[in-house]
Every structure is written in C-alpha cells, then in structure tokens.
Write a protein that binds this ligand. Sequence first.
Ligand code: NAD
Ligand code: TYD
Length: 336
Amino acid sequence: MKNILVTGGAGFIGSNFINHILSKHDDYNIVNLDKLTYAGNLENLIPSQDNKNYKFIHSDITNTELVKFLFEKYELQYVINFAAESHVDRSILSSREFVTTNVLGTNILLDVARIFNVKKFLQISTDEVYGSLGKDGLFTEETPLSPNSLYSSSKASADMLALSNFKTYGLPVIITRCSNNYGPYQFPEKLIPLMIINSLNDKNLPVYGDGKNIRDWIYVLDHCRAIEMVFESGTNGEVYNVGASTEMENIEIIKLILKHLQKPESLIEYVKDRLGHDRRYAIDSSKIQNELGWSPNYSFEDAIIKTIDWYISNKDWWNRIINGEYMEYYQKQYKI
Ligand code: NAD
Ligand code: TYD
C-alpha cells in the first residue's frame, strides 16, 4: 500500500484528484487533511467518502504537531500538497492567509516530510508563478519566476522552498505548474463557474477590463491524470508544466457560455479591471508530454459543454454555496 497525505483534498482540484485516484488504485491509502475554508466542501468527495482507503482529517496544514501526529499514526510515505488559498481577487483584499497557508503551511509540510523521510513530496503549483506574457511566447520550466499577484507570489515562494529542500537536503520534491482548470466542483468565484451560474440566474456577468485577457484552459481531469503520472514516474527535483494549449480570451468563453445556455449577450457587464491583472498565460507542456507520455484527453469544445451541463444538473450544490446555507447544511450532514 502507498500511504499518501493529500492536503486541500476538499477543494476543487484536490477532490477531483481523490475521486479519480481512488477509483483507479486500490493500493493507495489517502489521508485528506483539509481545513474546510470557504472553498473546501465535503460534498465534492461523496464518490470517495465510503471508500475503505479514504480518511478525512479536519485540520490545518500549519498545525505542525497535528501533521506530525498524522505521519506517525497513518505511516505516511508520500505528500501531495493541494492546500492553498487560490483566488487572486481575494489576495488583493488581503494577502495574510495566502502567506500563512501557501508559504508557511508548505514550509511546515516540507519540514515534517523531511523528519519522516517521505518517498515523494509533490507540490501542486501554478503557471501564474511565471508572471504575464505579451502577445507571443509560452512559459517553459526554464522561464524565470516573476509573479505579479499576491497569490502567485505566495505560490512562487512555496515552489522555491520546495526546491530548496531538494537541493539542500535531497528531499524528493517534484513540482507541477498547471494552467487554469475548469470542471465540476469549482467554487463559483472563479471565471467559468461564476459566469455559468450568473447566466443561469439571469444576473450580469462582470467582465474585468476589456475582456481580452488570455488564459490557457485545461479540464480538471486532464490535470489530475498529469499529477498521477508525475507522482508515479516524475524525476525528483524537477518541475513539470501542465497545460492543454487552449488559449482563450475571457470574453470568448463568456459568449460561448451564453450561447450554450441561450441567454442574451446583454447580460455582459464590463467592470473595472482587476488590479495588476496579468494579460496572458500560455504554457508549453512538451516536457511532461515527451518525458512522461502525458497528453490531454479532453478538447475544450467538449469539456466546456460537459462542465456547463454539470452546473445545470447540480444546482443544489452551488445554490447552497451562493445562498450561504452551505455551512449549516454541511454541519448537519457531516457533523463537523
Ligand atoms: P480551492 O481553493 O478550490 O481549494 C483549496 C483547498 O485547500 C480547500 O479545500 C481549502 O479548504 C483547503 N485549505 C486552505 N487552507 C488550508 C489549510 N491551511 N490547511 C488545510 N487545508 C487548507 O483550490 P483549487 O483550485 O482546488 O487549487 C488547488 C491547488 O492547485 C492550489 O495549490 C492551487 O494553487 C493549484 N492550482 C490551481 C489552479 C486552478 O485553476 N484552480 C491551477 C493551477 C494550480
Ligand atoms: P480567475 O478564474 O479568477 O483565474 P486567474 O485569475 O487565477 O487566472 O480569472 C480568470 C480570468 O477571468 C482572469 O483574466 C480574470 C477574469 N475574470 C473576470 O473577467 N471576471 C470575473 O468575475 C472573474 C472572477 C474573473
């Protein structure tokens, strides 16, 4: 058995990852350590909650003693660190939690992982650490880190701490840097779920600036498969970019969502631009493709429709969140 600590496994990508990995491997024991911030939701894990190889721990990665206790109790050998504050707009309002969880929390996990001689520490990072691109070019693993937002600065700091642990102590660290994800269970503060839900509710769609900022989109399950492959066959001390070469202007995606939902473009509302708004992200993922044989399975055309349809079919999930009833429901349901 592989005993794996997954942190932040109740969030968007972490929960998709756990559901994916447990459905494929019965030799993986997953201990999911999650603080259940506003972004954590145990409902995302319904497909895994009764699996005998799954255990949920409600706590915080900054709690050193608890993390040590978990390593001892569950004989943990591997760490996959998803836990983070993940939304750029929130980091503009306050960077404090971003530094606490993303930087200090990662540092604590690295320290404890070292004490317990883990076999692998996988740090889930983002292409945002590379900064912003002009019209041309792609981020490669060699692109210098040049984060602009408070979020991406905290993630870049965590990446550097992770790599320093590899260089200084030989801790078997690997980093993945993925582009923007979309798919089921994404918290409706991020572009795609927010626009889908506002459209369904006939509410305005707030477009920052001119709407021509570009992101490189990947379906969450393609990201999860990439993490699985890096976890199984990646080389220690290396960084792997993950992306599906799907650059889109925000406004193009918004119009596509409106069209699929047969809603009028008059719902679009151009609003004040985000402070320090990165213009373009685009990722070169040839390393993971050539070295590990990963490639995306989902096309944007199909997966965006699948995603829109998931939000149409799961109104209860997001209504509880947007109506603020989620915590109450959740406390009753899960006795947290
Ligand atoms: P999310 O915000 O949906 O989930 C984060 C999870 O971490 C939540 O369940 C939350 O409760 C938990 N968490 C937060 N602080 C914690 C703490 N101190 N201790 C324990 N748990 C804590 O985020 P996501 O979109 O699923 O992103 C997961 C990871 O992937 C992050 O590290 C993010 O930087 C990275 N990433 C995200 C994207 C994307 O498009 N969403 C792209 C590339 C990389
Ligand atoms: P977001 O989903 O927050 O991801 P990130 O900022 O990490 O890339 O935003 C994606 C893009 O959509 C980004 O250019 C900002 C833009 N955006 C809007 O125009 N309106 C919104 O309401 C949101 C949340 C984002």
